[in-house]
Ligand binder design. Structure first.
Ligand code: GTP
Ligand code: SPV
Ligand code: MN
Length: 588
């Protein structure tokens, strides 16, 4: 019998990478148990076993993984988008010519899996019955990535039948020797192919996530008329029993996972989770915007997660099903054999190992858990999972939110005047950098639509695509900007955040239903302070006013910075958004 294109491709990659064994995964629970066992007994990373079994009573089916110490976050400076034409990649991406990139990767990959197992992972991004779903194959040489992909995607051997003799999305991943000098994450958009070497961490290694579902999918979306976005998807049920579906784009480690399972501080409201990181948005035949989450798991930031801030996530983590649940680079409470991180409920344990497995000394002033330590957990364990999660059609979206971490300048919430003005709000977004990527933290950078590290083509064209999608929508969602992170003179957050964010959503839902008022400012529509339900909250009026303060001098700087961003895209920058900037300047 002749080989299928899939079999042939796997064979070619094995010839190059030279693994000792090839293991075709079927996605079963029994197999996940064997993979975890292999990670405990056979495989090592930087001298540590890949998995450490945690306290099975308090954290059932949970395992701790320590990454290589130089491999703790996305590496944006080593991430390339290899379009044939540099202009297509745009100033927002690192670029290399496809042939040159492949030659480089071939050299680095020759024999890189020697002594290891090559796992063949068949998975779907999206529900298999969804018209928007994509069949994918990732090859990897580490059990941690294989187990993580089972949690994060719909992995099953049926995907192999689905692919049959046809096309599929390709990912080739090896941890290599973890040398940061030999670490590259290369994207070949036209071939639907991602090639990654040298990192086992998150977005560098779980190739269905940022690499495919954002960088390559955004390019597919541009060609096919849809959007792939860095967004959470939630259903917000109000006291009248109605559910309003909302998406929100926030940069990495700026609050998506928390928003996705917000526990309402106001009675009568309930949030249903559909996704915490990625949304694929399609224009429906009804002229509305519909969203699906291509993923099936959460890869969330551990520090700050607690029963106080995100009780639904704590319940998700402790539910225990053998997907299983993974903790990466958290500290370890050695008396209880439990994972620990800064911000977890209760005091600091007496005896701990830090994220690198070294005895922890609290007097050192160092953090015990890495600031970008994370958990990987199946969405099926989430107590507030939306009943619509598995709906292949997705859900209709009534509002899109853009937000960031801004300790100054940006108001708590602003409503855009129309689609184009809303796209302008998203395009000029700024946010202070976090530990999710390797770079200096806390520096303000423009991060349009929270997509700067994830848009797989020229962002000038991307803005144009957003404007075009708006023209196709008969009932476009309203667009808002949000900011939970404004601080006072003492550097403390003014807004309580988390469950209290529902107060902002109540205003948004009321606006959608034409039940709440707003006043126009030079950046858009904002609520009157009395339009926000502050019942049960002790927040002085002057502080509330501070949350909505618009300082003209600061906003002039904001406009200058936006202009610099727009100029980078030259003639590819849509004139409509330059006009919006001009209008804003006129008001200033
Ligand atoms: P990625 O997974 O990197 O895409 O991040 P994310 O956007 O899902 O961020 P996440 O929800 O994990 O939040 C990151 C950090 O922001 C955590 O330490 C949270 O505790 C903190 N955070 C989230 N929501 C709020 C909020 O409303 N107010 C404040 N002050 N902090 C928040
Ligand atoms: C992010 O950085 O936005 C994440 C984590 O969601 S990663 O999978 O590493 O991209
Ligand atoms: Mn993310």
């Amino acid at each position: 019998m002749s080989m299928t294109p899939l079999q042939r491709w796997v064979e070619e990659q094995a010839k190059l990478t030279k693994p000792d064994r090839i293991w075709w995964c079927d996605g079963s629970e029994e197999e996940a148990r064997r993979l975890v066992e292999a990670g405990i007994k056979d495989e090592k990373i930087a001298g540590n076993p890949v998995f450490h079994e945690l306290n099975q009573k308090t954290f059932p089916d949970s395992y701790l993984h320590r990454s290589h110490p130089t491999d703790v976050a996305r590496a944006e400076h080593l991430t390339f988008v290899c379009h044939p034409d540099k202009e297509l990649a745009g100033p927002n991406n690192n670029w290399m010519a496809p042939d040159e990139a492949k030659e480089k990767m071939r050299k680095l990959s020759d024999g890189c899996m020697k002594g290891r197992t090559m796992y063949v992972l068949p998975y779907m991004m999206g529900h298999p019955q969804s018209p928007y779903a994509k069949a994918c194959i990732q090859l990897t040489d580490v059990s941690y990535v294989a187990v993580s992909m089972r949690i994060m995607t719909r992995m099953s051997k049926s995907v192999i039948d689905k692919i049959g003799g046809g096309d599929f999305v390709k990912g080739l991943h090896s941890v290599g020797d973890f040398n940061p000098e030999k670490r590259f994450i290369m994207h070949f958009p036209d071939e639907h192919f991602v090639w990654s070497i040298g990192s086992g961490y998150g977005g560098n290694a779980l190739l269905g996530k940022k690499c495919f579902s954002l960088r390559i999918a955004s390019w597919l979306g541009r060609q096919e008329g849809w959007l792939a976005e860095h967004m959470v998807i939630v259903g917000m049920q109000d006291p009248e029993g109605r559910t309003t579906y909302i998406t929100a784009a926030l940069p990495s480690a700026c609050g998506k996972t928390n928003l996705a399972m917000l526990e309402s501080a106001l009675p009568g409201y309930k949030v249903w989770t559909l996704g915490d990181d990625i949304a694929w948005l399609n224009v429906g035949s009804d002229g509305r915007l519909w969203a699906i989450n291509p993923e099936a798991g959460f890869f969330g930031v551990a520090p700050g997660t607690s029963m106080k801030t995100n009780p639904n996530m704590m319940k998700t983590l402790k539910k225990g099903t053998f997907y299983p649940t993974l903790f990466t680079n958290t500290a370890l409470d050695t008396d209880k054999n439990e994972p620990w991180w800064e911000g977890l409920d209760g005091g600091m344990p007496k005896n701990m190992l830090d994220w690198q497995g070294r005895p922890y000394d609290s007097a050192s002033g160092q953090k015990a858990a890495h600031p970008n330590s994370r958990f990987t957990v199946s969405m099926s364990q989430c107590p507030v999972l939306s009943p619509e999660f598995d709906n292949p059609k997705g859900v209709p979206i009534s509002a899109i939110l853009f937000g960031g971490k801004r300790t100054r300048v940006a108001p708590l919430v602003v409503e855009g005047l129309n689609w184009q003005h809303g796209v302008f709000m998203g395009a000029r977004m700024g946010s202070e950098t976090t530990a999710a990527a390797i770079h200096k933290e806390g520096v303000l950078r423009r991060d349009p639509m929270a997509m700067l590290p994830f848009c797989g083509y020229n962002m000038g064209d991307y803005f144009r695509h957003w404007l075009d999608i708006g023209k196709k929508l008969e009932a476009p969602p309203r667009i808002y900007s949000i900011n939970w992170f404004r601080t006072d003179e003492t550097g403390k957050f003014i807004w309580p955040g988390f469950g209290d964010n529902i107060r902002v959503f109540k205003w948004i839902i009321d606006r959608i239903n034409n039940k709440a008022s707003a006043k126009e400012t030079l950046v858009g529509l904002v609520p009157n302070i009395d339009d926000i339900d502050l019942s049960g909250l002790n927040i002085p009026r002057d502080k509330m006013e501070k949350l909505f303060e618009i300082d003209k001098a600061e906003w002039r700087r904001e406009a200058d910075d936006t202009e610099k961003l727009f100029d980078r895209f030259g003639s590819r920058m849509p004139q409509e958004l330059r006009d919006e900037l001009k209008r804003m300047r006129a008001k200033l």
